[in-house]
Structure formats: structure tokens, C-alpha cells
Design a protein around this ligand. Structure first.
Ligand code: ASP
Length: 330
């Protein structure tokens, strides 16, 4: 049973986990965040801007072979890799791309959308055309070896059915529900990054292939400003990972930031929005993973997930370490 008591926000981070009183900070999702924090930090320690840091940080993950980020990631049900990304700075400037194919660094295309167009979001063929016009290269139309073998396995187990049939069969989670790996971790690896620079300004980025073996055309929360990511320099920043459909339903990242605006700590705000998702999903919350990380402009950090197994990488001048997030289910 899901009771309100089970949803009590946890006490938060202990004193020694608190950020330093000054200097830049970077936070990013999942274990890959530890490596991604390093290029982000290289920008920040030279006095660079948070915006450059969050772009450089997640570009590192886009370059690596990762199940869920960049062109090496798992494809959709048709065997094509489609990528989503967005970025937001301390002045509410934001840019986003979705359903982008064959471009190596969607995060940098998102930044160009922000800086060079009057728009916030470009998708699909139009996003690709824009990227090419901006000088990005069209990469070969082929899967990484890891993705090829994962796709071959998926094809054996999963018949290609209409979404309605799959939805019914899978109790509303669709064919792209996150799966638990043998070690209990979830098969999600979107990288979301939050940074504060030495000026105290916040920025955030997020980049993903979404969900492996998703329906063609599916876009999750990650490129949606306000759902997957949100920054308000007067308050804080938040980024989400996990089942994107359920993050969109509660306008996840902007709701976390609004709760911080109204007095919650980042930890309490993340826990409250996870609680809201659980109230909506009821028993079906057992089958999904969602996690948020947040950083306030007062330098407080917070994170909360539905299930155990989510960690985020925290970096300041003294350390770069993985912190296990607290979760609803224990
Ligand atoms: N939030 C991403 C999506 O739903 C997936 C993830 O974070 O793993 O597209």
C-alpha cells in the first residue's frame, strides 16, 4: 500500500555532504555523471560560465558508448537512433531538439537553437537541417556494435505490435517501460546536468536517446523545458530522469523549482514531486523509475527517486563523488 507516511521527505544530506560555502558546483545524473563532471569542471574552475560547463559536460557522455545517450545508444523499434536534448541558462534562455537523427552532439544543436533562432524547439528533419546548416556533420546511419546486439536481442523477445496492443499487454507502460537490470539498476542513463558558476549563475542541460526500443517518433520529457529540465536563477534548477511520460504529466522540473520558490529545500521539493507521481500512478508506480536532482541558488542540493538504485554525481572544488539518492520504495 502506498501511504502518505511512506512519502515523508527524507531529512536531506548530512552536514559533510553540503556543498562548500562558495565556488562552483556541478551535479549530474547517474554514474556517467562522474566523468561528465570533469569537462564541466574544467570550464568552471577557470571562471567560465555555467552554460558552457553544462554543454561541455554532457558532450562527453554523448561521445561515449552508452545505452541511452548519443549516437551509440539503443535505437527505437525501427532500429533508428533518435536523440533529444535541451539546455537553459540563467536568463531563461533555452533551446531544445527532439527526434534528431545522425547528429553527434544534440546538446550543441539545442544551444544553437537557443542562440541563433527565435525559437525554443526544433524537431526531426527540421532540427537535422538546421544542424547541417550550422556546420554539424551528418554521421553514418548505423548502430554501434553494442546497440546492434541489444536490438537483435530485443527483436527476438518483442514482436512489433501496434502501440494499443502493446499498451494493453504491458498495462499502460507501453513497449518502452524501463527495465530493471540483473543488478537491480534501471535501464536508464539520460544525462542531466546542473551547474552554478563562480558568479552564482545557474544553467542546466539534458541529453538522451529517450527509451530504448520506443515507438518511432516518441519524445519523452528530456527535451521539454519545464518537464525534463528547468532553471530559474532567482530560485534554483532541476533536471529529471526516468519514465518521461510520467515526468511530463506533473511538469516535473518546473514544479520542483516552484516548490523551492515557495520555501521547500531542493530535497523536499524533489520528494514532493515524486510523491505526486506516485499518487497519480498508484500501484503502477512500482513499475516505473523517475528521479530528480535539484540545486537551489542558495547552494543546497537535493534528489529523490521512486526506486533505489539512482545515484547522482556531485562535484565541487574538493570532491567528485557519487551520492545515492533517497527513494520512496526502500
Ligand atoms: N527521461 C528519459 C525519457 O523518458 C529517459 C531517461 O531518463 O532514462 O526520454
Amino acid at each position: 500500500m502506498l501511504t502518505a507516511a511512506a512519502a515523508m521527505p527524507a531529512a536531506g544530506f548530512s552536514q559533510q555532504k553540503r556543498p562548500l560555502k562558495n565556488g562552483p558546483i556541478v551535479l549530474s545524473t547517474w554514474d556517467a555523471g562522474l566523468e561528465a563532471n570533469i569537462p564541466a569542471w574544467a570550464v568552471l574552475e577557470k571562471g567560465g560560465q555555467a552554460l558552457d560547463a553544462v554543454e561541455q559536460g554532457v558532450r562527453h557522455t554523448e561521445d561515449s558508448i552508452n545505452c541511452c545517450v548519443g549516437l551509440g545508444a539503443n535505437p527505437d523499434r525501427d532500429g533508428r537512433v533518435t536523440l533529444d536534448a535541451c539546455i537553459m541558462d540563467h536568463n531563461h534562455n533555452c533551446g531544445s531538439v527532439a527526434f534528431l537523427e545522425r547528429i553527434k552532439h544534440p546538446i550543441s544543436v539545442a544551444r544553437r537553437v537557443m542562440e541563433k533562432t527565435p525559437h525554443v524547439m526544433l524537431v526531426g528533419e527540421g532540427a537535422q537541417q538546421f544542424a547541417l546548416a550550422e556546420g554539424f556533420s551528418l554521421e553514418p546511419d548505423k548502430l554501434s556494435a553494442a546497440a546492434q546486439s541489444a536490438y537483435a536481442d530485443w527483436l527476438q523477445q518483442s514482436q512489433y505490435k501496434s502501440p494499443t496492443i502493446n499498451r494493453e499487454n504491458r498495462n499502460d507502460h507501453g513497449p518502452f517501460a524501463p527495465t530493471r537490470l540483473q543488478n537491480g539498476e534501471w535501464n536508464h542513463d539520460t544525462i542531466g546536468m546542473l551547474a552554478m558558476d563562480s558568479q552564482g549563475n545557474l544553467s542546466a542541460s539534458c541529453t538522451t536517446s529517450g527509451a530504448g526500443f520506443k515507438m518511432r517518433g516518441r519524445v519523452g520529457d528530456s527535451p521539454i523545458i519545464g518537464a525534463g529540465l528547468f532553471v530559474d536563477n532567482q530560485v534554483g534548477a532541476c533536471v529529471a530522469t526516468g519514465q518521461g511520460e510520467d515526468v511530463i504529466r506533473v511538469a516535473g522540473a518546473s514544479t520542483v523549482v516552484e516548490l523551492i520558490r515557495h520555501g521547500r529545500t531542493p530535497q523536499q521539493a524533489c520528494a514532493a514531486v515524486i510523491q505526486r507521481i506516485i499518487q497519480i500512478k498508484k500501484e503502477r508506480a512500482k513499475d516505473i523509475q523517475v528521479a530528480f536532482i535539484a540545486l537551489s541558488n542558495q547552494r543546497e542540493i537535493g534528489s529523490y527517486a521512486i526506486h533505489p538504485g539512482f545515484s547522482f554525481a556531485y562535484k565541487d572544488a574538493q570532491r567528485n563523488e557519487l551520492i545515492k539518492a533517497q527513494s520512496w520504495f526502500k
